[in-house]
Design a protein around this ligand. Structure first.
Ligand code: NAD
Ligand code: GLY
Length: 377
């Protein structure tokens, strides 16, 4: 498959997507790199660290690995400091290159370490979750969390390459697959009605991790994200549409406590809530709202939001980075395949909450079988 290219202010970089790409990562390493630093966590390093180190061996460059604890709660300034400590004690120079091997947590944190170490060194993204392959590894948003807000300390800083190996998804827990598929659906909803319809038709194969179906979906998401990032690298306008479902979703994550629902699960539910609000404000049809709900259910994600209490909902949504001058701005859908960003009257938001919040039962029946048959890559 031909690489997808992302054009940015600092030049363009390739996204390579292929089964087995991990074995060819050396092709993406800049020739003048002095040392290579793999940043990963124990789970991903245990599964794929040796394969990556083996793939780099022929380059004859010194490689060392920094392992940080697994989980969103470790995407923090404290963990980042341990990364700086190690890089400084290893006396890494400015031509060292970081390789981020993991999901969005590793990618965001390693990217921010690269953005800030000696005012910026190069880094490569090697995403190993579906969410990271279709979204977080592309576009240069890097960050760590602050106790007062998710992703609040960060930088726009683009990688030199993204290498996506579809085979690594075979070991991903089913719940993480569902969460990644929420971001896949998102691209169809905001930019490409035909892709949304393709997802509806191919949802069983997506959930089952059929390699050809996945390869097409990942490539289409990367193409769409590359177009948006190339047009608006630093989110002065268009890029905000990538946050469909995230205003509601971030409120769910924060309201329940980060990690209770996965980011993608909260976004999936937020897609339904954004569709309901779009119906009230922009006339999205009842049939289209139902299609969004049905696809969210089909990927095994929740379509009913938790009851945080109306005041808490509004309070948490206020904390969204799209809020301007105290006014919450939502990504909304005039139709499937089109998105706008705008404020909404409070009474319509209240109606949306009352219609989308309720007793939660997540139907994971679609993903159980695949989970049991998952093989090691
Ligand atoms: P994650 O990085 O926590 O990974 C999920 C879990 O899967 C982890 O336990 C991880 O160890 C494990 N894992 C990773 N790859 C695996 C594999 N191949 N096999 C088995 N297990 C594997 O979560 P995520 O969903 O990838 O990323 C979420 C993060 O991404 C959040 O912090 C979010 O803020 C961020 N994000 C960033 C952007 C962006 O544009 N930068 C976009 C979306 C999300
Ligand atoms: N995930 C949203 C963005 O990259 O802008």
């Amino acid at each position: 498959m031909a690489p997808v290219h992302v054009a940015t202010s600092a030049g363009q970089y390739p996204i390579h997507i292929a089964p087995g790409r991990l074995q060819h990562v050396a092709d993406s390493v800049p020739a003048n790199a002095t040392r290579l630093v793999i940043i990963s966590n124990p789970v991903v390093d245990g599964l794929y660290g040796n394969a990556l180190r083996q793939a780099l061996a022929d380059l004859n460059k010194p490689v060392f690995t920094i392992i940080v604890p697994d989980g969103e709660s470790f995407k923090s300034l404290d963990t980042l400091n341990t990364i700086y400590d190690r890089m400084l004690s290893e006396k890494l120079d400015r031509r060292a290159v970081i390789l981020a091997l993991g999901g969005g947590v590793i990618g965001d944190m390693a990217g921010f370490a690269a953005a800030t170490y000696m005012r910026g060194i190069r880094y490569m993204q090697i995403p190993t979750t579906l969410l990271a392959q279709v979204d977080s590894s592309v576009g240069g948003k890097t960050a760590v969390n602050h106790p007062l807000g998710k992703n609040m300390i960060g930088a726009f800083y683009q990688p030199v390459s993204v290498d996506i190996d579809i085979h690594v998804l075979r070991t991903l827990p089913a719940r993480e697959v569902s969460a990644g598929l929420a971001e896949v659906i998102k691209y169809g909803l905001i930019l490409d009605r035909a892709f949304f319809e393709w997802c509806e038709s191919n949802v069983a194969q997506l959930v089952a991790l059929d390699a050809d179906t996945l390869a097409y979906a990942i490539a289409r998401c990367c193409e769409l994200k590359a177009q948006v990032v190339s047009a608006d690298e630093k989110e002065t306008g268009l890029r905000a549409i990538l946050n469909l479902g995230h205003t509601f979703g971030h409120a769910i994550e924060a309201g329940l406590g980060f990690g209770t629902w996965l980011h993608g699960e909260a976004v999936a539910c937020g897609l339904v809530q954004a569709a309901v609000l779009s119906g009230k404000l922009l006339g999205l049809s009842a049939a289209d709202i139902e299609r969004v709900r049905a696809l969210v259910r089909a990927i095994g994600c929740p379509d009913i939001a938790p009851d945080l209490g109306e005041d808490s909902w509004l309070d948490f949504m206020q904390g969204d980075k799209k809020t301007e001058g105290g006014e919450i701005r939502y990504v909304l859908l005039p139709a499937i395949g089109q998105a706008v960003v705008q404020a909404a009257p409070l009474n319509l938001v209240q109606e949306t909450l009352s219609e989308t919040v309720g007793d939660i039962a997540i139907d994971r029946s679609a993903v159980q079988t695949r989970d049991m048959t998952a093989t090691q890559a």
